[in-house]
Design a protein around this ligand. Structure first.
Ligand code: ADP
Ligand code: MG
Length: 703
């Protein structure tokens, strides 16, 4: 880059010239990295807690909303307000009450008038706020022209400005008013903010420039400014996801598995006891295309419990096995792994393909035998837990890996599974989740995966009537109803209240509930208990007892959330339902309604709970996920993902869905024409991606 010169001259300008008040001013983004200085010490700690380490961080810390600043003359008795004033006089005087520090009193004024303000317990303010100091004060105006200060900070703002004052997310040690004053002080640094969007795109989208948007968000049209900033944030995240995906596609190879051989068509024709749903057929087709591509499949299969994901997973795995390659399915718990193992066996007739199970409780002899057969290639299909990714487990030719409840595994665990493929290759990976994710979140959190959803439930599913029970009478009726079901030789689940503090407390609560029911409401029936602290063998015995119909009622913690299939179970009671998340309750409920009988789910909890009401009204898991997102906001939902995009700072989903769509579209188009963002007009956008998501976000894609 050539250095800037003076107007109509070729003489280069010195740094001094450039800094001159009326000289040209170029953005110097490095200035935004200047450490933020905050006093006093507790406020500095508070700022650090909020992640405000640099001037740039501060400028990106947007207010929640803005409310009108008031002038002194406008204040009404009892009103809580923020004013910008100048100190006229300040004194301190002792307080008679023991243990109290001297009281500081000041006369402050703006153009409209003067008033007396009091600061409690901060005698040092007398020396800090000398006459002439401009202050931003937040507090309560009391009668007789007195103002009781709650928050205060020196400010560069004009006194009596009729502007609005922003409310910032604050933390212990630093108040919103202090942050507002800091932002006002650092307002000139907005000149150092870089515009990442090419002018052409900005003009087309009708966006303000980035510095202007930040200024608006802090000092002016809050929503207007926020929109532009949210767009930037979504665009940078989208570009990062698309880059990550492109990088993976370009740098890794997977064994191409072309058209289905003879095994899978035979399996479909002869062994499946049902017709596939249209969604399942679409999923098969997507898997076929992925497997044939020579690039590793990275597909997320979303579908509620019972939507038939396992059938799709088995299809993908058989496609590997029929070519003489191997496949593995990894589940997060032993219970789930065992369940998958049983399902796969039931879906595969004897001698069709050999499947084995490997978990932490697999005996040493069996394990040695299994590892041998895996290494020789004799064993085609392996189901298991984390035990699958341990070092001694070696596949001869792993081509397809299925990861169930993929969000419960860390990045490293998923990588370890990738490394089980032959040298130089990655396996095709099918990620499964029973948590339906709203489209907006899927785009942001899983933009680097291809997504297939199974929305349609297999035919023959019975409706589940869901009720919320709040009163004693409703509770009595629920127990009456459960006894009716049990007398009709059907079975039921009782889910214990969630105890978040510890597994041990959770187990104790479940045990107490089990004992109580066995003594009281359900004393005529056979109950079994299932909780997370039981030994694996005991859990297995309890589940087997219930599955075989030996036990009438399974009293359990959420360990039953996934992995139990008992079609004869037609009723579920959930205690303390309001403590559970919406999607978790929906998943729990999916354990019933699997047989020939109408099913009933009773949620014990407050009638006014929006979550419980939503469950009573809706059955579609994707619809419920949208509602959940509306109720909770995206931050918390994203929290369940262990890697990738962090929650957004500015963007709000689902409200900003239009911005998200625009950002996805633009990101895609930009990378199509300029995959490395190296055209001059995209250079600053590439820089912004690296700033926000790290240098490796824009790592070059090998040609
Ligand atoms: P998920 O893994 O999504 O919870 P599964 O694949 O375990 O669902 O299927 C749930 C049950 O429905 C299983 O008993 C399975 O055999 C059965 N099933 C799967 N697909 C169909 C279908 N298309 N028609 C009828 N039953 C099906
Ligand atoms: Mg399943």
């Amino acid at each position: 880059m050539t250095s800037p010169t003076a107007f109509a001259s070729s003489a280069p300008l010195s740094a001094e010239d450039l800094r001159a008040p009326d000289g040209p001013r170029l953005p110097r983004p490095e200035n935004l990295r200047t450490p933020l200085e905050v006093t006093p010490a507790p406020a500095a700690k508070g700022a650090e807690r909020l992640g405000l380490l640099t001037v740039g961080d501060l400028l990106e810390h947007l207010p929640r909303d803005r409310s009108a600043a008031r002038t002194v003359a406008e204040l009404a008795p009892g009103e809580v307000a923020t004013v910008v004033v100048e100190v006229r006089a300040i004194t301190s005087r002792p307080v008679r009450r023991r243990g109290m520090k001297p009281l500081v009193e000041a006369t402050v004024a703006d153009a409209s008038g003067a008033m007396k303000v009091t600061f409690f317990n901060q005698p040092w303010l007398e020396r800090r706020y000398r006459p002439g100091t401009r202050l931003m004060l937040h507090g309560k105006y009391e009668a007789r022209n007195r103002f009781r200060v709650q928050q205060h900070a020196p400010t560069g703002e004009q006194t009596g400005s009729a502007e609005e004052v922003a409310t910032y997310p604050a933390s212990e040690g630093i108040s919103s008013t202090q942050i507002a004053a800091l932002v006002a002080e650092h307002r000139p640094a907005l000149l150092d903010v870089v515009e990442p969007l090419p002018a052409r795109l900005r003009a087309r989208g009708g966006f303000p420039d980035r510095a202007g948007a930040l200024a608006a968000a802090h000092f002016g049209d809050h929503e207007g400014g926020r929109g532009r900033l949210a767009f930037d944030e979504l665009l940078l995240a989208q570009i990062t996801l698309l880059r990550r995906r492109a990088l993976r596609r370009e740098t890794t190879r997977a064994e191409p598995l072309e058209a289905p051989g003879t095994l899978t068509p035979r399996w479909l024709a002869e062994s499946l006891p049902f017709a596939l749903t249209a969604d399942q057929r679409r999923a098969f087709a997507a898997v076929d295309a992925d497997l044939a591509s020579g690039r590793p499949m990275q597909r997320l299969l979303m579908g509620e419990v019972g939507s038939g994901k396992t059938v799709v997973a088995l299809y993908a795995m058989l496609r590997a096995v029929e070519q003489g390659a191997q496949a593995a399915l990894m589940a997060p718990t032993e219970t789930l792994a065992e369940q998958h193992f049983a399902t796969l066996q039931s879906l595969l007739p004897d001698a069709f393909v050999s499947v084995s199970l490997l978990t932490g409780s697999t005996g040493a002899r069996r394990r040695a035998d299994l590892l041998g057969k895996l290494e020789s290639g004799e064993l085609g299909l392996l189901v298991g837990t984390h035990a699958l990714i341990e070092a001694p487990v070696r596949f001869r030719r792993l081509a397809v890996a299925v990861i169930d409840e993929q969000h419960r595994f860390g990045v490293n665990q998923r990588r370890a599974l990738d490394r089980k493929a032959p040298e130089g290759l990655a396996p095709h990976v099918l990620h499964m989740t029973a948590t339906p994710i709203p489209r907006t979140l899927a785009l942001t959190a899983y933009g680097d995966l291809d997504i297939t959803a199974l929305r349609e439930l297999p035919a023959g599913r019975r409706p589940i009537a869901t009720h919320v029970a709040s009163t004693e009478r409703e509770r009595e009726r629920a127990y009456e109803r459960i006894r009716e079901e049990l007398r009709a030789h059907r079975q039921a689940f009782v889910v214990c209240p969630l105890v978040e503090e510890s597994e041990a407390l959770q187990a104790r609560a479940a045990t107490a509930e089990y004992e109580r029911l066995a003594r009281e409401e359900l004393r005529d029936f056979r109950l079994v208990l299932l909780h997370g602290q039981m030994k694996a063998a005991d859990k297995q015995a309890a589940m087997a007892d219930f599955a075989s119909g030996g036990a009438d009622v399974l009293v359990a913690t959420t360990v039953i959330e996934v992995g139990i299939d008992v079609p004869n179970a037609s009723m579920m009671l959930v205690e303390g339902a309001e403590r559970y998340g919406l999607s978790q309750l929906h998943q729990l409920r999916g354990r019933i309604g699997r047989g020939a009988h109408d099913s009933v789910c009773v949620l014990f909890g407050p009638k006014e709970s929006a979550r419980l009401r939503a469950l009573a009204e809706h059955r579609d898991g994707f619809r419920l996920a949208e509602i959940d997102l509306e109720l909770r906001g995206e931050g918390e939902m994203l929290g369940t993902r262990q890697s990738g995009a962090a929650a957004f700072r500015v963007a709000r989903l689902p409200e900003d869905v239009a911005l998200l769509d625009a950002a996805c579209e633009l990101g895609r188009r930009l990378l199509e024409v300029d995959p490395e963002l190296e055209l001059p007009e995209h250079a600053l956008l590439g820089w912004a991606v690296r700033e926000r998501h790290g240098a490796d976000a824009m790592e070059p894609i090998p040609a």
